[in-house]
Ligand binder design. Structure first.
Ligand code: DGJ
Length: 697
């Protein structure tokens, strides 16, 4: 990892296996030179900009790191600003470069106006991922208004048509992958909903039919939880570029004189194979992204009462569930929705964060003490960004929700979004959660958010189109402030399932709820697709009672799917038979033995149930001394009997022992990679957990 600066003109960002090369041309413009497998750094040069045809101005062909709107550049820009005199073009000149061991900053300023901007880069040890983002400074005396304030631009090196991978998911079916060849024009993936949402992904992946193991993959994730836009274009010369950032839909951003602003971070990488992309992102999240307090700690096995009790919670019933959960080995008991205000269903109560005394006559501490006495931590659900019109909060402050006085408010799930850009609303939300955490010994907060924005009037703002950003920032700031005051509390990000599971959320929350769909068969796909761009550790996965006659699925099968993330239980434990409880005990005990490998290890997706008959995931510890392989199938077809499982990620000349169906086998890593284990997959709910341990060096 190093940054090679040639003549203060060409900068080679050398990662573990790649070069990312940027330059400054004779006109002082930033230029993207190359991204991919390393070459001799001395060979890189800045291609000339030669105007050949007035219909195709050469400036428009340039590959840049940060296209600004102006002149004859018609492609998607990263920055577009309006100056006080009405000029809407930026004309940059290069100021200087600041080169460090792992950081590069390229400073530019407008030739005429008081605007400066900086392109920031950061490298990480043993990684091919680069952090990049743009910061802007208003060095003038008048406000600057940005119509576009993206985080950055990427150019992919091949002239051949790339397949652009993103998602087309929805509630209950998040992260469903799409692959679209982009031969020309522009592909846009975005959210306009105020949160990153369930549908498309704030990321870009470009490749030429890459597989898990092979093929060049270029990718980037945007660390931002608000409305986003990813725009990928292929021009007439075969250049494929992407710009990513805060969505410019219903957006403008005023930067007052003297102030600066950092755009959300982009994490961009280049790997061989999609599997290595996921492993590099996983490692970066574990070493750099996730909030530090719990980054290195294994996440506890939790119980969440939502699917068992819905809104109908009570002290006695929760204590009964807690008794059983503790007996099974659960470490954290989380009470979900329904404990506060007049919350008997989803029509009332949001905003009134006081305990419902009919349901909890002695307050929450009775339950919390009960849970603690059984050796578990206690967690609580809240949805602090929301208000039901039927609530004391709304009756007192109807103006606290986003609204237009002349437009009817859309009450999705009977609730409205609080205007979190208002300091008084921010203070209310902070104080409400702070009071809960100060008055009770709580270890965990599940922070939910169950509807997109609408009627986004915010008359408190001079520029109301900044609300999407300001709201997102307020969520981050409140969570950070709560964590600073209550450092022992973990936070989970939830938005009707996976509506806020992006890399921005994961820089502030310790884990996320990937989907409300807890059907283990559907989860085989959801979790597989989640794993592409998300760290394993943050993925909360519950064993629930969803398993009907149409989708038979044993309790053991459900466990084996949920054990591939941060395990939780969510069923009605009071209805479990003694045999089912014993199975829970055994599986939870096993999970505790293997969770370090699952939560912190490298994931190898050996088979995908979306495409074949089995889901096979192998997790290898970072020191490569242990591995866990989960094999799950809903049944094979065509009388197939044996399937070879060729393991991955082991050290070829080390010896590994595995126990499989009563037999102990001891072979080299090379053998497990090349010959593998022959598994007889049969039955409608085949599932197996294979443990490998290194025996000698
Ligand atoms: C949506 C979440 O995704 C669920 O897990 C649950 O917390 C409900 N909200 C509660 O209203």
């Amino acid at each position: 990892m190093s940054i090679i600066a040639r003549d203060n003109r060409i900068f080679v960002l050398e990662t573990a296996h790649t070069h990312y090369v940027v330059g400054i041309d004779a006109d002082g413009r930033d230029r993207h030179i190359y991204w991919g497998a390393p070459c001799d750094p001395a060979d890189y040069d800045i291609p000339p900009v030669v105007c050949e045809n007035p219909n195709h101005p050469a400036l428009d062909e340039m590959q840049q790191e940060c296209t600004v709107f102006g002149s004859t550049m018609y492609r998607d820009s990263v920055l577009k600003a309006t100056f006080a005199d009405g000029c809407r073009e930026i004309l940059p000149v290069f100021d200087r470069a600041a080169v460090g061991d792992d950081r590069l900053a390229l400073h530019f300023r407008d030739k005429h106006y008081g605007l400066s901007y900086t392109l920031h880069y950061r490298l990480f040890p043993d990684s091919d991922i680069i952090e990049k983002y743009v910061s802007v400074q208003n060095t003038g005396t008048e406000p600057l208004v940005f119509a576009r304030l993206f985080s950055g631009e990427l150019s992919f090196p091949s002239p051949e048509v790339y397949i652009i991978q993103n998602t087309n998911g929805g509630w209950g079916g998040e992260y469903r992958p799409t692959q679209t060849p982009l031969s020309g024009g522009t592909l846009v993936f975005e959210s306009r909903r105020g949160i990153s949402g369930h549908n498309q992904s704030p990321s870009v992946i470009a490749h030429h039919h890459a597989t898990e193991q092979a093929g060049e993959v270029f990718f980037a994730v945007l660390a931002y939880s608000g409305s986003f836009k990813v725009s990928v274009n292929r021009d007439v010369y075969g250049v494929t570029r992407a710009v990513l950032g805060m969505n410019d839909h219903d957006f403008s951003f005023t930067l007052p004189a003297g102030q600066s602003f950092d755009t959300p971070r982009l994490y961009a990488g280049h790997t061989r194979g999609l599997g290595e992309m996921s492993r590099q992102l996983n490692r970066l999240a574990l070493t750099h992204l996730l909030p530090p307090a719990f980054r290195d700690k294994p996440l506890p096995v939790l119980y969440n009462s939502w699917e068992a009790t819905g809104f109908d919670v009570s002290a006695q019933q929760q204590m009964r569930l807690a008794d059983i959960a503790a007996d099974l080995g659960v470490e954290l008991f989380v009470m979900d929705d329904g404990w506060f205000g007049a919350r008997h269903n989803d029509h009332a109560g949001l905003g009134d964060w006081q305990v419902n005394r009919d349901k909890f006559p002695h307050g929450l501490n009775e339950l919390i003490d009960h849970v603690h006495r059984r050796g578990m931590g206690f967690g609580l659900w809240i949805e602090p960004e929301m208000v039901n019109p039927d609530s004391d909060l709304y009756r007192a402050h109807p103006d606290w929700a986003y609204h237009y006085p002349t437009r009817p408010a859309s009450e999705l799930r009977n609730q409205l979004v609080l205007n979190l850009t208002r300091p008084d609303v921010q203070q209310y939300v902070f104080e409400a959660v702070d009071a809960l955490l100060s008055e009770h010994d709580i270890q965990y907060i599940k922070w939910d958010m169950n509807r997109p924005f609408s009627e986004t009037g915010a008359e408190n703002l001079d520029n109301p189109q900044m609300l999407y950003y300001l709201h997102t920032k307020a969520v981050y700031d409140i969570v950070d402030a709560l964590k600073a005051k209550h450092p022992g509390v973990m936070f989970e990000s939830c938005a009707s399932g996976g509506g806020r599971s992006d890399w921005g959320a994961l820089s502030h929350f310790d884990q996320c709820w990937p989907s409300d769909n807890t059907d283990a068969i559907d989860r085989m796909a959801i979790q597989h697709d989640f794993s592409l761009l998300h760290p394993t550790k943050v993925m909360r996965a519950w064993v629930t009672d969803i398993a009907g006659p149409n989708k038979p699925c044993s309790l053991e099968f459900r466990f084996h799917i949920a054990m591939q993330g941060a395990l939780g239980l969510g069923g009605n434990l009071t209805r479990y038979t003694p045999a089912q409880r014993e199975l829970c005990r055994q599986r939870i005990a096993l999970y505790k033995q293997i969770r370090e490998v699952v939560q912190f290890g490298d994931l190898y997706r050996l088979a995908d149930a979306n495409e074949g008959e089995a889901l096979i995931n192998e997790y290898v510890s970072r020191d490569k001394t242990q591995a866990v392989c989960f094999v799950s199938s809903r049944g094979t077809r065509f009388f197939k009997k044996r399937m070879p499982i060729r393991l991955a990620g082991l050290v070829p000349n080390r010896c590994y022992r595995l126990e499989f169906q009563g037999t102990t086998l001891e072979k080299s890593g090379a053998y497990w990679h090349n010959v593998g284990l022959s598994v007889y997959i049969r039955g409608a709910e085949y599932n197996e957990i294979i443990l490998l341990r290194q025996t000698a060096l």
